[in-house]
Write a protein that binds this ligand. Structure first.
Ligand code: 2P0
Length: 318
């Protein structure tokens, strides 16, 4: 096969990845745990054997750093690869802290591998995806996924690992979309800056592993209150580490705090809902499926748009 198409869903981290223990291999300084979410998806077609390397995202030809990032990833898959045309579409905002690089690189490695005709294990693909974008290693799998730091110097044991499938637990993630444009500081730059200048960074990396251990147990036992508390503290500790950088890095906007307050009020009124934020101002809220409409109504009062996401399946070749 020389042309293949793959579809991957993005994931939102419940325990965050922030910081790199190896920049060249893109190895994380923290373990993380995520939920893969539908209907958000990236659909990517790779034509393996074209006249020239070209990468298109949402109808626009990529150049410079963005294009290099795509083709460097394909070079890792096969250093003697032919030229390739990559065409990718997101059905949700790109680079706005809505995890588009997670689904993007997961779909890319899966489509490229299928187009090249060479059989690879899912673990191998998850390592290639990690090299493209850390969070992408979690998006090859559906449902609840862990990404350990690994201990090997070559990073072959640091990739997504499925924890529970998408139908394990009927939860929802609502996204309060406050700003849908691209972010000012990329996640990679933000992580490196935090790591290099924040005195809180070592404390952040020290606390993160325990969150993952406790979150894993909460997911397995379907204990939403326990998981929710971990989700909020992981997000806040990650953001605290970057706010303490020099100069400070803050992805929040005023609407971010308004959404956090809305979630806290919901909880005070007896609705189980817990917030998390990534490298952007938007607030994502974890809740039980049965409470999703109440959460949507509360967020609609503070956000431009509210989107409802549910656990999604693994990346797949179309
Ligand atoms: C996460 N984020 O665990 C964390 C939380 C954002 C905040 O992974 O540098 O695009 O390409 O490995 O995966 C977003 O960063 O970063 C991210 P790189 P990535 O989801």
């Amino acid at each position: 096969m020389t042309i293949a198409t793959a579809i991957a869903h993005p994931n939102i981290a419940l325990c965050k990845y922030w910081g790199k223990r190896d920049r060249a291999l893109n190895l994380p300084a923290t373990p993380s745990l995520s939920l893969t979410l539908a209907p958000y998806a990236t659909r990517t077609t790779v034509n393996w054997g074209a006249e020239a390397d070209e990468a298109w995202l949402n109808g626009k030809l990529l150049d410079g750093k963005e294009a290099r990032r795509v083709f460097m990833n394909l070079d890792l898959l096969d250093p003697w690869r032919p030229r390739c045309v990559v065409t990718s579409e997101n059905n949700f905002p790109t680079a706005a802290g809505l995890a588009s690089s997670s689904s993007g690189f997961a779909a890319l490695v899966l489509a490229a591998s299928a187009a090249s005709g060479r059989q690879r294990s899912i673990e191998e693909l998850a390592v290639f995806a990690r090299r493209g974008s850390g969070s992408a290693t979690r998006s090859l799998y559906g449902g609840w996924v862990e990404w350990p730091m690994g201990t090997r110097a070559d990073g072959t044991d640091s990739h997504g690992i499925p924890l529970a499938p998408q139908d394990h637990w009927d939860v929802r993630m609502l996204v309060a979309v406050l700003v849908s444009g691209p972010k000012g500081t990329s996640s990679t730059d933000g992580m490196v800056h935090t790591q290099q200048t924040s005195p809180y960074f070592p404390v952040w990396t020290e606390c993160a592993p325990r969150d993952v251990v406790e979150a894993r147990a909460a997911v397995k036992s379907r204990d939403l209150e326990a998981l929710g508390a971990i989700v909020e503290r992981s997000a806040m500790r990650m953001h605290a580490s970057m706010m303490a950088a020099d100069p400070p890095l803050c992805y929040w906007r005023s609407g971010t705090l308004a959404a956090i307050e809305a979630v806290k009020s919901l909880r005070a009124s007896g609705v189980g809902a817990w917030y998390t934020m990534d490298a952007g101002p938007n607030v994502k809220v974890l809740t039980a499926a049965a409470d999703a409409e109440k959460v949507r109504a509360a967020l609609a009062a503070v956000a431009d748009r509210v989107e409802l996401l549910a656990p999604g399946g693994p990346a797949r070749v179309e």
